[in-house]
Design a protein around this ligand. Sequence first.
Ligand code: ADP
Length: 231
Amino acid sequence: TEELLRNTEKLVFAGQVAVSIAHEIRNPLTTVKGMLQLAGRETKPLHYGMMMSELERMNLIVSEFMILGKPQAVRFREERCLPILQEVLGIFEIQATMNGIVIRRDFVRDLPIRCDRNQIKQALLNLLKNAMEALPYGGEIEIRLDEVDGCQRIRIADDGEGMTEEVLRRLGEPFHTTRPDGNGLGFMIVRRIVDAHRGRIAIRSEKGSGTAVEIFLPIGSGPADEGDRFA
Ligand code: ADP
């Protein structure tokens, strides 16, 4: 199943609603956490630990949404992907080795694109994390950089567990996750970032054999031509 994904108005609106809810939840959450810490001694250690970790989980979801909604300075610069990718790979290297994952690098072309470095880093991080999570018993991740139709293509493919049609269809839908520790926000963020760069995403996935995600980012002129802005 191959699918081209595009952001929809609906998703943008849902995102905005979610961001305002996240905002409202944050303060009471902090209060509850503080109170629980105070009550810590009177609570059974097991219960305390469970409550704290669940609160932590809520906190994480809330902060991810806050990041999404916060006006962040977006700085589009002419930049190549490889150095950004290397940074991200550095983060995962040890974990990959420990999990028996081989990362194959196939860097054919690395052309300058107009991009926000932090956003691209975030997108690559989320995609690599997903690829790693799809390989709980080890395997291979292939990363390819090349040029396709005036775009820098970044391809991240794993021979992991793959997705069912339903999971693939719902990919990018907030909170839709199959991972026990997931929050189903990772891909939505990737999609947002690629949209902000006027790029596109192509995914191919098959249950049991693996997943390939490709992002295409326009080479040369891009959003930066409008000057720095807030998104
Ligand atoms: P999360 O990783 O928190 O679950 P994502 O939005 O990144 O959130 O992913 C949503 C779901 O899509 C995952 O739970 C997983 O089921 C599926 N998925 C994403 N990437 C892959 C991949 N490379 N291989 C298999 N399944 C994937």
